[in-house]
Design a protein around this ligand. Structure first.
Ligand code: SF4
Length: 383
């Protein structure tokens, strides 16, 4: 059952991306441009972090630099407090922090609002793909989860009915939420604008309905300009097989109005507060390594997993506690432990399909081979 679902998802993604690239030649050219944007951004990452912090302050957002998982949890924990209703949009950065469990342990009620993330929250497993967290899920399993865990009656045994039932349940939470937490596809250093791309509209709701919102932005997502950030979002969507995306959201600071006497006040119909967590967690360290540093170009399109002949048998069960697949092993090396990641890399067949599929030209198979040598030598000093 699992392998049938994964093979189908992999095949469908390949067909969709092939169609998009064949019908939109400008996408391939833009991908080359995005690789260059990412390469230059990572080269001057420290400078961009400083600029992003200044721009966020100018936009009346509250920026924080979190060097570790513990730092980030502690900052978010102070903002959220306890006894709050918290809604999350799909974010691998939040998964990196195991944020849902952490906030629940602080006495909060926490709900994922992306349908796939919501289903795996009910199932109690990690995301099985970076853009399709419930890629392994059948409609029968989804029905069992909704009926069994939430005691919700689903009218019909159809995917539409499941989606509609989840929508009703989650909307009742979204409308009452105290805190909304999103990730980001990119953060523009020139303006402090946070760009996200999606189809479900849940990110749009999570970032605009609650009075207090938090965006967790891994520092590798910072690019120089708002235009660069939108280009990253477009390429991420296209190589995820979702082009054109239904929504590209741009959030620059909390909501505001200048309707009275042209005097701007913050807190109009949207959030009154926006907190932005710039998450390092091993990324600056990785930048100094020529191979691991290349992974910081990653835009999390997930295409390398769909192309990987190992991933179609394992899903994200292969890759580490948070991420999975070829890119996931390298992110495990960066954010958790290169030696443990190196052991996982031994399942890699070195076929190179991930290298060929990556829109930003990351040489994943070379990095995975390097991680294997780290697992043998027990240190990173041999590069
Ligand atoms: S490594 Fe490349 S293909 Fe894989 S998720 Fe990142 S950008 Fe996409």
């Amino acid at each position: 059952m699992l392998q049938a679902a994964l093979s189908r998802a992999s095949y469908n993604n390949q067909v969709k991306v092939t169609e998009i690239l064949a019908s939109r030649p400008e996408i391939s050219s833009l991908a080359i441009e995005v690789r260059e944007i990412k390469r230059r951004s990572i080269m001057k990452l420290e400078e961009l972090i400083d600029r992003a912090i200044s721009s966020l302050k100018a936009a009346k957002a509250n920026p924080y630099y979190a060097s570790s998982v513990e730092d980030a949890r502690s900052i978010i924990g102070r903002i959220v407090g306890s006894n709050k209703l918290v809604i999350l949009s799909k974010s691998m950065a939040a998964a990196e922090l195991d944020l849902r469990s952490y906030l629940e342990s602080q006495g909060n009620e926490v709900w994922e609002t992306d349908l796939g993330e919501f289903l795996i929250q009910l199932e109690g497993v990690k995301p099985m793909h970076t853009i399709a967290p419930a890629v392994h899920m059948t409609r029968e399993k989804a029905l069992i989860l909704l009926k069994g865990k939430l005691k919700i009656d689903v009218k019909e045994d159809t995917i539409e009915s499941i989606a509609n039932t989840a929508r009703e349940f989650l909307r009742s939470k979204i409308i009452r939420a105290d805190i909304g937490i999103t990730g980001a596809n990119a953060l523009a250093a020139d303006t402090g604008a946070i760009v996200t791309v999606e189809n479900e509209s849940n990110i749009r709701l999570v970032s605009s309905i609650p009075p207090v919102t938090i965006a967790i932005v891994p520092i590798d997502k910072i690019v120089p300009t708002l235009l660069d950030a939108v280009k990253v979002a477009i390429i991420q969507a296209a190589y995820a097989g979702l082009y054109p995306p239904t929504y590209i959201n741009i959030v620059t600071g909390p909501s505001s109005t200048a309707d009275i006497e042209q005097t701007r006040v913050y807190g109009a119909q949207g959030p009154k507060e926006l907190h932005v967590i710039l998450l390092d967690n091993g990324r600056l360290n990785a930048k100094s390594n020529p191979l691991l540093g290349e992974q910081l170009y990653c835009i999390r399109c997930g295409r390398c997993s769909f192309e990987c002949p190992v991933w179609v048998h394992t899903a994200n069960y292969w890759g580490g506690p948070v991420y999975g697949g070829p890119m996931g092993i390298i992110w495990t090396a960066i954010t958790i432990d290169p030696i443990e990641a190196g052991k996982l890399a031994y399942l890699c067949l070195q076929c190179g399909r991930c290298d060929e599929s990556c829109p930003v030209g990351i040489r994943l198979s070379y990095i995975l081979r390097y991680l294997k040598t780290i697992a043998i030598s027990g240190s990173m000093s041999k590069l």
